[in-house]
Ligand binder design. Structure first.
Ligand code: URA
Length: 218
């Protein structure tokens, strides 16, 4: 299973590298499938690669990445303990917003990465990844408020995009307070998952009614 997961994710990365499902690959240097720990509880999803990410083929390695590293450090984590990817895997020209068609073209890769890694928490960075789980919501109103999916055993945790915080230092306090609650969200989901794995408790109709009967000796 361990080998399967690594192999399956490597196969996705290989497909991303030769992907021509939309035009974004044109004029790029590298695709950026995602990087980090594939056995993690925490997956971060950003928007799309920027200039530095395109050069290196790795997510969040520019200024936004430095700030993301700083945020992880605040909660004693580093990049090797989380998985980081984006909604689109090739850099949009001039760092423009990804277009709906481009996000649709790339969706299968992200869906498969999520299914294979099966993180307890998906932390969205910015509005495009947030929109997958909180359609129509405003980041300024919902940042830092986890949404729990009991069936999947997962939480979605909307965060500002690090670049937005760098542009607007007034968001720093909220961003840093939000990241400091991330591990609580992880713990909550882990408890949720482990109680689901436990043998089912008897339903009310399975319980004997009235006081327990004394066992007869005869
Ligand atoms: N911004 C993103 O959304 N993703 C990256 O990988 C880098 C910057």
């Amino acid at each position: 299973m361990t080998q399967d997961r690594a192999e399956a994710l490597a196969a996705i990365a290989a497909q991303v590298k030769t992907c021509t499902k939309c035009d974004l690959y044109k004029g790029t240097t590298n695709a950026v499938p995602g990087a980090g720990n594939i056995y993690t509880d925490i997956m971060f999803i950003g928007e799309g690669p920027g200039f530095n990410e395109d050069k290196q083929g790795l997510p969040f390695v520019g200024r936004s990445g430095d700030y993301l590293n700083y945020l992880l450090n605040l909660i004693d984590l580093n990049r090797d303990q989380v998985f980081i990817t984006n909604v689109v895997k090739h850099r949009p020209p001039d760092n423009r917003d990804p277009l709906p068609d481009e996000m649709i073209a790339c969706k299968g890769y992200l869906d498969d990465q999520i299914e294979l890694i099966n993180p307890s928490v998906i932390a969205t960075l910015g509005r495009f990844s947030m929109a997958r789980y909180f359609p129509g919501a405003k980041i300024s109103q919902i940042h830092g408020q986890p949404k729990y999916d009991d069936e999947k055993g997962r939480a979605y945790y909307p965060l500002f995009h690090p670049a937005a915080v760098l542009r607007n230092p007034g968001l720093r306090r909220d961003m840093e307070a939000d990241i400091k609650r991330l591990l609580e969200v992880v713990e909550k989901v882990k408890t949720m998952r482990s109680s689901e794995a436990a043998p089912p408790k008897p339903k009310d109709d399975d319980k004997p009614s009235g006081p327990p009967k004394q066992l007869s000796l005869f």
